[in-house]
Write a protein that binds this ligand. Structure first.
Ligand code: NPW
Ligand code: ADP
Ligand code: K
Length: 527
């Protein structure tokens, strides 16, 4: 995953600054985008480089369409047969796209994307280019466009390679979600609309200069196919969202360099009652494997025997109620807690949460702890800056119902509200770090910092969708908190390590395997 992620607005600002400084013109950037795209396509599929084929280029009304005209011209220059379709009015194309439209017109025809021109190809093209919309998509797509692309896709894309320029048309570059198509006319209600982004079954998406945030969120990983970045000669760019990675914090690497066990912190993990201690034990193992100096499971009396027969390196203490936990926390060497996995929803669990929050330690709150908080009149009253909340989608919706609703409602206009926006708003409201789980995990803190840890493209780890994986994540966070990382760094490093551990194991992974893969992940980092 590339380290630089931009919003559409940040990308536009970067382009504009480059153009204003005089180092490049918009037309030159468009030429680089189109020629770079062709180079990337031919590099991706050497058989297409070996012999020219046939291509269909679908162009839209903005500069993304302009890139499409460049691709068409460059392909013809390499001996390809190319048909070009335009959605929109050529007279209204923005200036650079218009120039490239005219240049293409010297080479070939332009047909109408929504007309009958799309019917009756007597061949299957080797390549289809989606250049309808890029980062400028700003509102609901017309039914005519969605229908035309759907018809084209169903008829012609079987067996052809489909490439999206910058981003699949119909996806928001901010949220990665599909912007809806308008409803069909009365007489076509029986024919469902499909977003072009989905209908085209895109094999390869070529992001110009840098991936946009939306490439890593929502529907994008499913719709983009593979993702490649095409260099168009721009440098950097101002961003306010980072990609998650391992942050080493105050010690020299996660592998221990020196010190006593107490120098690496003492994390405690609260278990549930008898028969409900597995989740906490998984978390504890995660905390210990990531290098907390000591990890103790804290269990109620009836669960002690169950824990005792299962734990060895993880220690065990009895703690029946909130008063006993408060006593335990008199030991100020205990610097991090993990609450929630398997804890249950009893009054006792609620009291333990209050005792833990009152003791002002670093705390990872997951699972049942989040459900308990969500049922309170003011779920966030006792939270503080040293807390990390780790909700999955359901827990997020219980804790932040209005934010979840805003996130889930289809965006009718851009820029769309994204999972990054939602996690930032949640962290602001909770007054602490929030890690919003999923394939596209987002981590944000109360200061507005945000990071994405996406397990997609070449980092996909679908095996992580297994019971208990989240418990291990909460434990790794607690372990890193014990080792002194800030809540934001602990949460984002843990999310990164969690995916690396899953990828190191591969298919067949169960939650117990995750902590055991951490040494291998850490060893690979040392090399
Ligand atoms: N700038 C540069 O130097 C470079 C830019 N590059 C390329 O430009 C792309 C960004 O270009 P862009 O800003 O023109 O946006 P793009 O996505 O082509 O479309 C916007 C057009 O669509 C229209 N429109 C929007 N929604 C609509 C809807 N639902 N239904 C119908 N129409 C709709 C919208 O209309 P408006 O909202 O203005 O009325 C406007 O006309 C970027 O992704 C990259 O590929 C590269 O060449 C590198 C150099
Ligand atoms: N398809 C997926 N790809 C990558 N990570 C995933 C996927 N599905 C779930 N995860 C991750 O797996 C973990 C599941 O946690 P959670 O939903 O709390 O489950 P559990 O409570 O069973 O442990 C989270 O860290 C989540 O980000
Ligand atoms: K596109």
């Amino acid at each position: 995953m590339d380290n630089l992620l931009l919003t559409a607005a940040q990308m536009r600002a970067l382009e504009q600054a480059a153009i204003d400084s005089g180092v490049v013109t918009g037309l030159e950037l468009m030429e680089r985008a189109g020629t770079g795209a062709v180079d990337a396509i031919l590099d991706e599929w050497p058989d297409l480089a070996a012999a020219p084929g046939r291509a269909v280029v679908l162009c839209g009304p903005g500069n993304n369409g302009g890139d499409g005209f460049v691709v068409a011209r460059v392909l013809v220059g390499r001996g390809w047969d190319v048909e070009v379709f335009l959605y929109g009015d050529a007279e209204k194309l923005p200036p650079d796209a218009r120039v490239n439209y005219e240049r293409w017109r010297e080479v070939g025809e332009v047909q109408t994307l929504t007309g009958r021109d799309m019917d009756g190809r007597g061949y299957v093209p080797d390549l289809t280019i989606d250049a309808i919309f890029g980062t400028g998509l700003s509102r609901t797509l017309s039914w005519e466009l969605c229908d035309a692309v759907k018809q084209y896709a169903w008829t012609f894309t079987q067996g052809t390679r489909v490439v999206a320029l910058d981003i699949p048309s119909g996806l928001s570059a901010e949220s990665g979600r599909r912007i809806p198509c308008a409803d069909p006319p009365e007489d076509r209600l029986a024919f469902p609309t499909v977003s072009p982004a989905a209908a085209l079954a895109i094999d390869l998406t070529l992001a110009f200069h840098a991936p946009k945030i939306g490439h890593y969120l929502g529907d994008a990983p499913a719709d983009c196919g593979r993702l490649r970045v095409v260099d168009i000669g721009l440098n950097g760019g101002a961003t306010d969202v980072e990609t998650a990675r391992l942050v080493c914090g105050p010690f020299e690497g996660v592998a221990k360099a020196s010190g006593h066990k107490y120098d690496h912190g003492h994390a405690i993990v609260l278990t549930g009652g008898m028969g409900l201690t597995g989740a906490a034990r998984l978390a504890a193992r995660g905390a210990l494997r990531i290098g907390a100096g000591l990890v103790t499971c804290v269990a109620p009396g009836p669960a002690m025997m169950e824990c005792a027969v299962q734990l060895t390196a993880v220690m065990l203490r009895r703690c029946d109620d909130a008063a006993a936990l408060a006593d335990l926390l008199e030991d100020d060497r205990i610097n991090a807690l993990c609450l929630g996995p398997g804890m249950g929803l009893s009054d006792r669990a609620g009291d333990l949460i209050d005792a833990a929050l009152s003791a002002r330690r670093h705390i990872a709150l997951d699972a049942d702890a989040l459900t308990i908080l969500a049922e309170r009149d003011d779920p966030f009253a006792m939270l503080h800056h040293d807390c990390v909340l780790t909700p999955h989608g359901g827990e997020f919706a219980s804790l932040f119902p209005d934010i979840a609703e805003r996130l889930n409602v289809p965006a009718m206009e851009g820029p769309a509200y994204s999972k990054v926006d939602a996690t930032r708003d949640a962290a602001d409201r909770a007054g602490c770090t929030v890690l919003f789980k999923g394939m596209d995990t987002v981590i944000a803190d109360e200061k507005g910092n945000a990071r994405i840890n996406a397990a997609v493209y070449d980092r996909a780890a679908p095996w992580l969708a297994t019971a208990g994986a989240g418990d291990v994540l909460a434990g790794i966070i607690a372990g890193l908190l014990a080792r002194g990382l800030s809540p934001l760094d602990a949460a984002s490093s843990a999310a990164w390590l969690h995916v690396e551990a899953a990828r190191a194991f591969g298919p067949g992974l169960i939650a117990e395997d995750l902590p055991e893969m951490l040494p291998q992940v850490l060893a690979a980092l040392e090399r």
